[in-house]
Design a protein around this ligand. Structure first.
Ligand code: HEM
Length: 258
């Protein structure tokens, strides 16, 4: 099923064309950063990310986020594994260094206990996101780079600060509950990001494919924003219903991603 694009005019095709004109001959890594600059600001300004930046993230917010991230990385990493030999995936395939599924499982077990799998529930926006990942994994694997970039380079950038804020806000010690933010296979995030960018730039693509990747990266950010917004909606409903001690066990069907 095709998921409608939720990109405002300022972030659509026209802006990609003008970015390409401005950065003519530039590498994919520069183009993708420029193309997602505005939507990155939108992501930073979601209520969830603003709570983070104020150091006010709550345990409930964090548990809900972990549930959604688990679903997202499960599908992203399954599709990357399945397409590992694809010429547009192979250069940016770094499961040893980047895979997030195991750390997320560890964090969820820490907070929800050994039966954590039964307690996972996510909003509709998370399903939209995973559906899109499945669709491109099956039909257009060359677009997976846009999703891998959005999540992994984000985790290695602002995500590192978010990890410290989570620890401090929730009074966590060591790696308990925050394994998601830690990349033991990456000694220097900055150097690794450089390597990742150079691998992205080595992928051979037609102009049309490159444009599609830029569009997909904007869409990937928007899908994340939709998840954050839906999580906040879940939170306000459950907090109203049961105080601040909600878990991930919230009925997901009642939430829409639009
Ligand atoms: C890069 C901050 C949320 C995706 C960065 C950088 C910072 C940052 C400081 C490094 C910029 C640079 O090296 O030039 C933040 C903050 C956030 C946030 C404070 C929220 C509190 C997000 C979200 C996503 C994201 C929600 C996507 C889901 C990325 C990506 C990069 C990045 C892909 C790499 C850009 C590149 O080098 O090409 N972020 N970020 N960020 N962020 Fe975020």
């Amino acid at each position: 099923m095709e998921i409608p694009l939720q990109i405002s005019d300022c972030l659509g095709m026209d802006s990609i064309k003008s970015i390409e004109k401005e950065l003519l001959g530039s590498d994919l890594s520069e183009l993708i950063k420029a193309a997602t600059k505005e939507v990155h600001v939108l992501a930073e300004n979601t209520q969830l990310m603003l709570s983070y930046q104020k150091g006010q993230v709550t345990l409930t917010q964090y548990k809900l986020l972990l549930c959604s991230l688990f679903e997202i990385y499960q599908v992203l990493e399954e599709e990357l594994d399945r397409n590992a030999e694809h010429p547009a995936v192979q250069p940016i395939y770094f499961p040893q260094e980047l895979a997030r599924l195991e750390p997320l499982q560890k964090d969820l077990e820490h907070f929800l206990g050994p039966q954590w799998r039964k307690k996972i529930s996510v909003p509709a926006a998370t399903h939209n996101y995973t559906q899109r990942l499945r669709e491109i994994g099956k039909n257009s694997p060359e677009l997976l780079v846009a999703h891998a970039y959005t999540r992994y380079l984000g985790d290695l950038s602002g995500g590192q600060v978010l990890g410290k804020i989570t620890q401090k806000s929730l009074g966590l010690t060591g790696s308990d509950g925050v394994a998601f933010f830690s990349f033991p296979g990456v000694t220097s995030p900055n150097r690794f990001k450089q390597l990742y960018r150079s691998r992205m730039n080595s992928i051979e693509m037609t102009e049309e494919q490159r444009r599609e990747v830029l569009e997909e990266a904007i869409r990937a950010f928007q899908l994340n924003i939709d998840v954050f917004d839906d999580l906040q909606k879940m939170l306000s409903i459950t907090e109203e219903a049961s105080g601040s001690d909600a878990t991930c066990r919230i009925e997901s069907r009642s939430f829409s991603s639009s």
